[in-house]
Design a protein around this ligand. Structure first.
Ligand code: MTE
Ligand code: MO
Length: 386
């Protein structure tokens, strides 16, 4: 039922679909906004109608489960007021990137399933809320001790309040070890960029899992279950996986269990300006700007740019990436730029990044049926006037 959708200024968004609402900003708007993306243009990814939840009535249910699904759970529940007052408000600046970012590049190779995102299904915000590890410790009695077998093997499942057609609700899970790591910075956020969450970004409460694909940052959070298996949600078991390139719509149903559920992002780099087919005077210096990001708290240590279709490469001259002050982990993108005196005629500008583990990007897109995690070298062809 899409009759209760919020309304807001959508003029600066490229709307891929409005039921459910899926939109991204243009690349120049994204980069010109700088390190922190204003909420209005932050990409929006929904699988169903945007819930209209009363903050006063909303409760988050928490349970520990050892046996059958949801049986014998001794549920505890928290009101929003409990979450806002019982635990200190912590702030984490984190970039969210949809695993489907740059899906258009895979769709160009062969048919894929999903919203055909361009390259701005990624944005950065300042998130505030309570630390999940504190809540799980105090409410569910989970301790972070490394000899606790649960920490090694269990998962934290999140269930939302939205109605999606793929499953009973949106849901997902993360390993308990990530949730319980005090420096993992997983929070239950109720503020975004200093204001209460807006409805489309998860009001009144959402999970933020820094360093992971956006799909794990469950919005409209209603239930948390700690259990020995991953979430059985469609979005954990039948989606957000890199399937083998031999798998397509003909054999996908029997193939899901062969692929691992995605957790951390891979290393990514995108040129935001100039844009594809932009007209540039061939005699003028050009400043190329973009973002780069990796997962798991890894930093971006180098971005390289080529203006001769990949024959020669030069490092970006400016690279700004702020580590999260609490932990020294890099949960945000790096913003980079490179000024070149001249772009040779009819060549591609290409950019690629390296993260602190030395991971870099493939030259060509690696096709997979769900169209996820495309991090091929980013190419932009500009037009020149003499
Ligand atoms: N949570 C709920 N409840 N419903 C959703 O559809 N989409 C997920 C995640 N959490 C989703 C959700 C996906 S795939 C992404 S990429 C992020 O939310 C997007 O968050 P945003 O809309 O705030 O940018
Ligand atoms: Mo996503």
């Amino acid at each position: 039922d899409y009759s209760h959708e919020p309304t807001w200024d959508q003029s600066n968004l490229l709307v891929h679909c409005d039921k459910p609402f899926n939109a991204e900003p243009s690349l120049p708007a994204l980069i010109n906004a700088g390190e922190i993306t204003p909420t209005e243009i932050f990409f929006k990814r929904n699988h169903g109608p945007i819930p209209d939840i009363s903050q006063i009535q909303h409760r988050v249910y928490i349970g520990l489960q050892d046996g059958e699904r949801h049986q014998g759970i001794n549920w505890q529940s928290l009101s929003m007021n409990d979450i806002m007052t019982r635990w200190p408000k912590v702030t984490v600046t984190a970039t969210l990137q949809c695993a489907g970012n740059r899906r258009d590049g895979l769709a160009a190779v062969k048919e894929v399933k999903g919203v055909i995102w361009k390259s701005a299904a990624v944005s950065t915000a300042i998130w505030s809320g309570a630390q999940l590890c504190d809540i799980l410790n105090d409410v569910a009695g989970i301790s972070a001790e490394h000899h606790n077998k649960m920490i090694r093997d269990y998962h934290v499942c999140f269930e939302a309040n939205d109605h999606v057609h793929e499953d009973v609700c949106y849901g997902s899970s993360i390993p308990l070890r990530k949730a319980m790591d005090p420096m993992g910075d997983v929070i239950l956020a109720y503020e975004m960029n200093g204001k209460p969450l807006t409805r489309e970004h998860g009001f009144p409460i959402r999970v933020i899992v820094p360093g992971y694909i956006g799909a794990r940052s469950v919005k409209y959070l209603q239930k948390i279950v700690i259990q020995p298996q991953e979430s059985t949600s469609f979005f954990q078991r039948r989606d957000y996986k890199i399937l083998d390139p031999t798998i397509d719509h003909t054999n996908v149903e029997e193939s899901w269990d062969t692929a691992a559920s995605l957790t951390e992002m891979n290393v990514q780099c995108v040129i935001c300006t100039p844009t594809e087919n932009e007209v540039i005077p061939s005699t003028e210096a050009v400043t190329i700007k973009g973002y780069a990001i990796s997962g798991g708290g890894r930093s971006i240590y180098r971005v390289e740019v080529s203006v001769d279709s990949g024959k020669t490469w030069e490092p970006a001259s400016k690279l700004v990436q702020n580590p999260e002050v609490h932990s020294g982990m890099y949960w945000t993108w790096a913003i980079w730029e490179k000024t070149v005196s001249k772009i040779p005629h009819s060549t591609e500008i290409i950019a690629r990044a390296y993260d602190s583990s030395g991971n870099t990007q493939p030259e060509h897109a690696i096709w997979n049926y769900r169209g996820v995690m495309n991090n091929a070298w980013f190419r932009t062809r500009v037009m020149q006037v003499p």
